[in-house]
Design a protein around this ligand. Structure first.
Ligand code: C2E
Ligand code: MG
Ligand code: MG
Ligand code: MG
Length: 283
């Protein structure tokens, strides 16, 4: 019996691996068609002012509903898009879609709402990136000051001259740059004072474990002190509890984001969220 069991489990594992491999190959092959067939869409999560509760920007987060595999999380398909080079056209699509949507919300009366768009380090390898940003702003009519781009620290690690000059050009256009998942990379902090950065987003892992006794309290405090000292805005992402919100507010964190405030919503639900919020503030 023992032998049979072992045999079964080997078959089971290799089946699972085959499915994983098959899925990956399939995703790789169907990325391009997925864009053409409108299988991608964006969901939006509010980022609000910690003390006034006013909405500042919404982060656009990508979703893919694959005809065979169903809803696929970005952490599964973004790396494939990066490896295959599809990230460039996908990234262009994301920029256009997010700018257009946020401009619509502005025209519907939510005048000061901005868009925050995640940008993969790979996108900055292409000089077309700046053109894509310009084009997205032109096509949508969104003012550059309402567009934030979220880059991760990995972009700063190999801060080639090209990347830095691209960031400067973006800033020159009026576009704002945030460092996403701040604190998890291994880059030197000295880049912060040299690069044209507008905001730091404290990584969710620090927020998750935040309490009066945890070492995360010192880390979050240090990030806030340093960020503010450098004249940067600080955003906390992944806030799930009232305790976390209260602590971050009392620590002076500027903006907050997380399931406690609202989860990422499809555009039409985000519109309803904005309307509900506006009604509440007019009471
Ligand atoms: P990120 O940019 O750090 O986005 C935050 C992630 O945390 C999102 O996951 C969001 O849904 C999730 N989140 C927000 N609030 C909470 C919370 O309170 N608790 C928990 N547990 N999670 C929360 P999502 O949408 O699965 O995206 C994962 C990552 O995929 C993003 O991390 C980003 O790195 C990447 N990504 C998503 N959309 C895009 C995109 O359009 N372009 C690129 N290049 N990357 C993207
Ligand atoms: Mg992000
Ligand atoms: Mg993040
Ligand atoms: Mg993250």
């Amino acid at each position: 019996y023992a032998k049979a069991d072992t045999h079964d489990s080997i078959i089971f594992h290799s089946d699972e691996m085959n499915i994983e491999l098959e899925k990956r190959i399939d995703l790789e092959r169907s990325l391009r068609k997925g864009i053409e067939n409108n299988e991608f869409f964006l969901v939006y999560q509010p980022i609000i002012h910690s003390t006034t509760g006013e909405i500042k920007i919404c982060e656009a987060l990508l979703r893919w509903v694959h005809p065979k595999w169903g809803l696929i999380p970005p952490l599964e398909f973004i790396p494939i898009a990066e490896e295959t080079g599809m990230i460039h056209s996908l990234g262009k699509w994301i920029l256009n879609a997010a700018c257009k949507q946020v401009k619509e919300w502005q025209e519907a009366g939510f005048k000061n709402i901005g868009a925050s768009v995640n940008v993969s380090a790979y996108q900055l390898d292409s000089t077309r990136f700046i053109e894509n940003v310009k084009r997205a702003l032109e096509l949508s009519g969104l003012e550059a000051k309402f567009l934030h781009l979220e880059l991760t620290e990995s972009v700063m690690i190999d801060k080639s001259k090209k990347t830095v000059s691209m960031m400067r050009e973006l800033k020159g256009m009026g576009v704002k740059i945030s460092i996403d998942d701040f604190g998890t990379g291994y880059s030197s902090l000295s880049y912060l004072k040299h690069l044209p950065i507008h905001a730091l987003k404290i990584d969710r892992s620090f927020i998750q474990n935040l309490n009066q006794q945890s070492p995360e309290l010192s880390i979050v405090h240090a990030i806030l002190t340093m960020g503010h000292g450098l004249g940067l805005r600080v955003v906390a992402e992944g806030i799930e509890t009232n305790d976390q919100l209260a602590m971050l507010t009392s620590l002076g964190c500027d903006f907050v984001q997380g399931y406690l405030i609202e989860k990422p919503l499809e555009a039409r639900h985000f519109t309803q969220w904005l309307e509900k919020k506006q009604k509440a503030s007019n009471l």
